[in-house]
Design a protein around this ligand. Structure first.
Ligand SMILES: Cc1cc2nc3c(=O)[nH]c(=O)nc-3n(C[C@H](O)[C@H](O)[C@H](O)COP(=O)(O)OP(=O)(O)OC[C@H]3O[C@@H](n4cnc5c(N)ncnc54)[C@H](O)[C@@H]3O)c2cc1C
Length: 378
């Protein structure tokens, strides 16, 4: 079988490129070294976050990606388990950030809820917790550990994409890839190896200063009430560029530095999303280093649960704990390199792959088409 495009890596970034290439008319082969998806793409919240992404290209990419998720969800049998975002402002300084956000173009589809409206929408919230809340409609959530295998299966059946697992690529060259057993050739190669990419592209990773970010995650037993939307709070407003770059965020950051010292020390902000069975996925923390942090700390889990408690009271029992990691470069959404003609290295370096990969992949494929590498493209 001849292929036009080889994709290395079957996480969300690789699958997004497989989709964009197949939609452009290419015959696509995806190679992944693992027998099943076990990387960042199945360890995440599955939260496709539009609201709060960096203003400009980042926000546009996320909007496009959310729209592709909505297009592919039904045909691929992927459930959208939650819609929108409820961002609960607990402090007046956080409310000021939301006011400033509402004055931007990024507030499309957003509105502010007063405490009474918020209590109706999110009855589990402790009374007196919120000054105000932002309710968006642009965001969505999928159950990643189920969605990623379904997306891969649908690419195979509906788009004729060939996916080979248990195949470790040892080298990417112009016109193909080399594995332990054999080589594969194609005029275009797109390497999407996630945070393990330094093994294939050590120079590009070193030049960009790619670090590994390790996160701790928890699943809580079903609290018994429904959360229509994922929930975030004040700490997210100094973490997500779309809010953090707004002038009032400086005053919030100052207050949080005094009041949330421990959470900030572990890079914690609250995201609480709900699964179809009612259980809650809650996180997360961020530790940056040259390698993945092998040991999950109980104190960090406790600090994450303290953020939950501030909004919802005593947390339900923890039923699952895990860590995940992603490639990180401060202030940079992604690494898109062209080490050889027709070859791309694509790594999302901002921890937003579920939210932005589909949009980014379309840009990368358009670039290859523009350079004449995908001549058959429709
Ligand atoms: C805990 C956690 C929570 C997160 N929450 C969110 C969220 O809610 N929303 C959001 O938008 N983003 C979130 N992210 C970020 C998001 O998950 C990542 O940006 C995204 O999954 C990266 O996708 P990827 O395909 O690059 O990486 P991966 O999913 O890690 O996939 C890379 C694949 O490449 C394969 N591979 C690597 N090297 C080779 C090789 N040499 N040969 C063959 N195969 C190879 C690996 O086996 C792997 O399957 C989160 C991340 C984590 C860790």
């Amino acid at each position: 079988m001849m292929y036009d495009v080889i994709v290395v890596g079957a996480g969300i970034v690789g699958l997004a490129h497989a989709l964009a290439a197949a939609r452009a008319g290419a015959r696509v082969l995806v190679l992944d070294r693992d027998a099943r998806a076990v990387g960042a793409s199945v360890r995440n919240f599955g939260f496709v976050t539009v609201t709060g992404q960096a203003r400009g290209a980042g926000w546009q990419r996320a909007r496009r990606s959310a729209s592709v998720w909505r297009e592919v969800a039904a045909p691929a049998g992927i459930a959208i388990v939650q819609e929108g975002l409820t961002l609960v402002a607990r402090r007046p300084e956080a409310a000021a950030v939301l006011d400033a956000f509402m004055a931007t173009e990024m507030a499309e589809g957003c509105r502010l809820l007063d405490p009474a409206e918020l209590a109706r929408r999110l009855p589990a919230l402790r009374p007196g917790t919120a000054v105000v809340a932002l309710q968006s409609s642009a965001d969505l959530r999928v159950e990643s550990r189920d969605a990623i295998p379904r997306l891969a299966a649908w690419l195979e059946t509906a788009h004729g994409v060939a996916i080979r697992r248990g195949v470790a690529v040892t080298e990417v060259v112009e016109g193909g890839v080399i594995t332990a057993e054999r080589s594969y050739t194609a005029p275009v190669v797109i390497a999407c190896p996630g945070d393990e990419g330094a093994a294939l592209f050590p120079a590009a990773f070193a030049a960009a200063g790619v670090r590994r970010c390790t996160l701790q995650m928890l699943r809580l037993a079903a609290p018994g009430d429904r959360h229509a939307s994922p929930v975030m709070s004040d700490l997210s407003l100094v973490r997500y560029e779309g809010y953090a770059a707004l002038p009032p965020a400086a005053a919030l950051a100052e207050r949080l530095a005094r009041e949330e010292r421990e959470a900030l020390a572990h890079g914690i902000h609250l995201i609480a999303v709900q699964s179809a069975d009612g259980t809650m996925v809650v996180g997360d923390s961020h530790v940056y280093g040259d390698s993945v942090e092998p040991f999950a700390r109980a104190a960090v889990d406790d600090a994450i649960l303290a953020q939950w408690s501030a909004l919802f009271g005593t947390p339900p029992r923890v039923v699952e704990r895990w860590t995940g990691s992603y490639a990180s470069v401060a202030g940079r959404h992604s690494l898109v390199e062209a080490p050889f003609p027709g070859v791309r290295l694509v790594v999302v370096t901002s921890g937003t792959g579920a939210s932005t990969a589909f949009g980014l992949a379309e840009e990368v494929i358009a670039g290859l088409v523009g350079e004449g590498h995908l001549r058959w493209a429709r």
